[in-house]
Design a protein around this ligand. Sequence first.
Ligand code: ADP
Length: 244
Amino acid sequence: MIIVNDLKKSYNDVQALNGLSFHAENGQITGLLGPNGAGKTTCLRSLYGLIKPDSGEATIDGTSATDDPLNVRRHIGIFPDKFGLYERLTPREHIAYIAELHGFKGATRDEAVEKTIQDLGMADIADRRTQGFSQGQRMKVALAQAIVHQPKNLILDEPSRGLDVMSTRILRELMFGLREQGRCILFSSHVMQEVAALCDRVVIMVKGQVVADDTPQALCELTQQASFEDAFVQLIGTDEGIMA
Ligand code: ADP
């Protein structure tokens, strides 16, 4: 479970986070949605411990990302935005390498790797060199690397950016599978259709603050809009909507 409590962060004159607070629950997909510049990336980087906020705190399964970033990384998987692979290595070797970085060795490592391969349904490609892999296959390897240490929480920053339709569908199915396992999934996006299709809950942020936090359906009802996109535009204010 991820708890963000009153985070503030400024870069010189820009207040990127301005008292941001929300929860992301286990067994749910939570979308962090907002126009460009709303502070989504700054928020996620604070969760990884890459940025130290000026004040406030983020905790992941009770561990403070602000005070104990190394420990917190055991509890989170981070899905990268680029899938850099070594063409001569197989997916199994890629996943094993990351498992070793997490301190897994010998049979424990091999079991963790095998479980991940099974969980992501990638046994058919596990022992082929990654040279020539499709985008969807590359994405699976990247996701496998993010979850091989069985983190309870998965964080994805604009995961479908640059992905083709098939890869986006595969990623969506994988995220649903991880939700079924009770994990907490938090992802940022500015793509309305993706958020409406994927999220159990949406946290809408503008200028570093939460302006709405509910299910996509409840936000449509609240704003009396039929489409989630229209609800979003209304919630963030028209000027911001044009920028989104
Ligand atoms: P989002 O991911 O929602 O687009 P960001 O977190 O990237 O938003 O940015 C929030 C605000 O902080 C923006 O105004 C952005 O220009 C500013 N910002 C982000 N990172 C930096 C940085 N390293 N230096 C200066 N300003 C930054």
